[in-house]
Ligand binder design. Structure first.
Ligand SMILES: [Zn+2]
Length: 283
């Protein structure tokens, strides 16, 4: 599932590559992913519009299109396996839609498990319900929050720190994979209770969020512009990750084996030595 660095990189890249482009045709293949509006309206609203830019909100992308006086907002939630790419010789399995642009560029979206979703709104007639419901519950973006706000918001949560970082109502943008990277960088065990972290550890955690996410975004943006490969998430993560998905490998800091715990189909990786646990019951 793409998280903040991948989505931020993709939005930077697509804004540069597609802003000002006119959509000539939208082809749709799997309609269940397109939640709002109906499929014919979805196509007729988009065709002939000009793509203004692409932004990220939390773990969603928003494509903004201009059509006369109207501004349309297309929200894309990748779910677990959704993926954008440029046109390929062979249509990928579970292709949901293709957007054809006047310049000849073709952007497609496919989703192997079909957990993702697309919503299209006319923002000129927007009211408070004209956004996907999950966005309405979002907390502030992790890259836009101050240390003071981070410290004050985190006090509302008492659970394990990795779970807290993944709560989008606390801060948005961090998912399972980058939470492992952030906690490894901050030398905090993922199952430590938030209530047992002191002020300096919370500050260390905040600094780690900013540095890991900003560094990863910059690298992914560079790779995108140098390769033009939108669907290269596996490579990006292989290059960037120091702890996540490295279970049983040697820790890069201390050389001991990296721990791996799977719960609710999500893997948590950490180093017992470098991220010394505060609550021994968890180990
Ligand atoms: Zn270690």
């Amino acid at each position: 599932m793409p998280e903040l660095p991948e989505l931020e990189g993709i939005s930077n890249y697509l804004s540069k590559k597609l802003s000002g482009e006119i959509i000539t045709e939208v082809e749709t293949f799997i309609h269940t992913v397109i939640r709002i509006p109906g499929i014919e309206q979805f196509k007729s609203m988009l065709e002939g519009t000009k793509l203004e830019n692409v932004k990220r909100k939390g773990k969603l992308l928003i494509f903004y299109f201009q059509s006369g006086e109207k501004t349309l907002a297309l929200f894309l939630d990748h779910g677990l396996t959704g993926c954008l790419s440029w046109e390929k010789k062979k249509l990928p399995a579970k292709t949901v839609m293709k957007m054809h642009f006047k310049s000849g560029k073709i952007l497609l979206y496919h989703d192997r498990r079909l957990h993702g979703a697309i919503w299209l709104y006319d923002t000129t007639t927007q009211n408070e319900y004209s956004t996907p419901s999950k966005v309405r519950n979002y907390g502030p973006d992790i890259l836009e929050i101050s240390l003071n706000e981070f410290q004050s918001r985190i006090k509302r949560y008492r659970g394990e720190i990795k779970g807290v970082l993944n709560k989008q109502e606390f801060v948005t943008g961090i998912g399972n994979a980058y939470a492992d990277e952030i906690l490894f960088n901050a030398a905090i065990h993922p199952f430590t209770k938030r209530t047992s972290l002191d002020t300096s550890e919370i500050e260390q955690l905040f600094t780690s969020c900013q540095s890991i996410l900003q560094f990863s975004t910059a690298k992914i943006t560079d790779w995108l512009f140098s390769t033009d490969q939108l669907d290269n998430q596996r490579f990006w993560r292989g290059e960037l990750f120091r702890i996540h998905l490295r279970g049983e490998q040697s820790c890069l800091k201390c050389g001991k084996a990296i721990s791996s715990i799977k719960a609710n189909r999500r893997i948590t990786n950490f180093c017992c030595t470098c991220q010394s646990p505060r609550n021994k019951n968890f180990i």
